[in-house]
Design a protein around this ligand. Structure first.
Ligand SMILES: Nc1ncnc2c1ncn2[C@@H]1O[C@H](COP(=O)(O)OP(=O)(O)OP(=O)(O)O)[C@@H](O)[C@H]1O
Length: 366
């Protein structure tokens, strides 16, 4: 059993409260990504799971077995936790070749020579570094070392794998290839993976679940789809959007399953439950906004502030009345003219509503 559970885990560095009452369940076979801005506590969470740091309070279990109990200072040594960790800094053995670095875990397990050779070569091929097998770490680039570290971690087919920004040193093309390899690996081996990144695209593409942190607080744990489409907190919505989600302040009045909002976008009827106050923020996804050079029914008039073509898509920055700027993402190369008037429209059913005071998502009524 490789289910990992953290219950009310608190970690302090000096007087700084770094992890705050952290409750997190990572089920067997999960690809759980810890996501959040720099300094929010992702690596610290990984380190308390592995035993490189001890929390002052809280309980951690692996497969139901208590490995940490902060209250009674019970901490199972890292080597006895059955975990396999790959750090951002790769910690390869400098006096061993790539092959020997990767073979190390299999040698410890007394795997036969022939099987070791086959499994190491297989892992090296997966990581596209077979041709480097006789080199020493000092003869490798950062990205190559990173891939050796991943190969070393996966070759023993661990039940639990912890990865801290393992792709951070790779160029864009290689990162994409390695993401695909990690995803296949997770499926093939059924390994439980805990993955740390601040790259939201990586989190969305790889994970079965994402845990989003802000300042030591776990704000939302959910599937990538729900994290993207229904961020529970406006900070998550702000962090996850790429390009950034549009936020529009609005005053509202609730009536039977929807709110009538008044904002710089004019008057809109947005389906949602009753918000706690009459001040809300509307979150509109750039890809939901349709931009037309011709007038469209119920279209909102804007002027084109800037156009950012990016090959397969075009980002259009639009100036609405007042100071409001919104961003639309249009698929394909579209012809717009800076300074010209356009009409925009979006489905109100796809707009998320946040309470302005608490920043919490106001859910739809069932
Ligand atoms: N050993 C330490 N001593 C003191 N403070 C620490 C220590 N390790 C981490 N911190 C602090 O704890 C906070 C959380 O750090 P952590 O490394 O967990 O963040 P992170 O979310 O992984 O960030 P990043 O994405 O930048 O790696 C930061 O403010 C950091 O400065």
């Amino acid at each position: 059993m490789s289910t990992i559970e953290l219950k009310k885990v608190n970690k302090y560095f000096d007087n700084n409260h770094i992890l705050k009452d952290l409750d997190l369940l990572i089920e067997e076979g999960d690809f759980m990504t810890l996501l959040g801005p720099s300094g929010c506590g992702k690596t610290t969470t990984l380190r308390v799971i592995t035993g490189l740091e001890n929390p002052e309070q809280g309980i951690i279990t692996i497969g139901g077995k208590e490995i940490v109990n902060g209250q009674v200072s019970h901490f199972t040594p890292p080597s006895k936790r059955g975990l396999n960790l790959v750090f951002q800094s790769y910690a390869l053995w400098p006096h061993m070749t790539v092959f020997d670095n990767v073979a190390f875990g299999l040698n410890l397990q007394k795997t036969s020579k022939a099987e070791t050779k086959e499994r190491v070569e297989n892992a090296l091929e997966k990581m596209r570094i077979f041709n480097l097998k006789d080199r020493y770490p000092s003869e490798l680039s950062g990205g190559q070392q990173q891939r050796v570290a991943i190969a070393r971690a996966i070759v023993t087919e661990p039940k639990i794998l912890l990865l801290d920004e393992p792709l951070s040193n790779l160029d864009a093309k290689l990162r994409l290839e390695m993401r695909a390899e990690l995803k296949r690996l997770h499926k093939e081996l059924g390994t439980t993976i805990i993955y740390v990144t601040h790259d939201q695209v990586e989190a969305l593409t790889l994970s079965t679940k994402i845990a989003v942190f802000f300042e030591g607080n776990l704000v939302q744990v959910d599937t990538p789809r729900n994290i993207y489409r229904h961020p529970a907190d406006i900070r998550v919505a702000d962090f996850i959007g790429n390009p950034k989600i549009n936020f529009v302040d609005a005053k509202c009045r609730y009536n039977a399953g929807s709110i009538q909002t008044e904002s710089e976008l004019g008057k809109l009827d947005v389906p949602c439950a009753q918000p706690p106050s009459d001040q809300v923020v509307l979150a509109i996804y750039p890809e939901d906004i349709e931009v037309s050079n011709e007038p469209i029914e119920d279209g909102i008039v804007c002027s084109v502030y800037s156009i950012l073509p990016a090959g397969s898509e075009t980002l259009v920055q639009l100036s609405v009345q007042g100071d409001l700027m919104i961003l639309a993402k249009v698929i394909g190369e579209m012809e717009y003219t800076m300074g010209k008037m356009v009409w925009v429209k979006f489905p109100v059913s796809k707009v998320n509503v946040y309470d302005k005071g608490t920043g919490k998502l106001v859910s739809r009524e069932p």
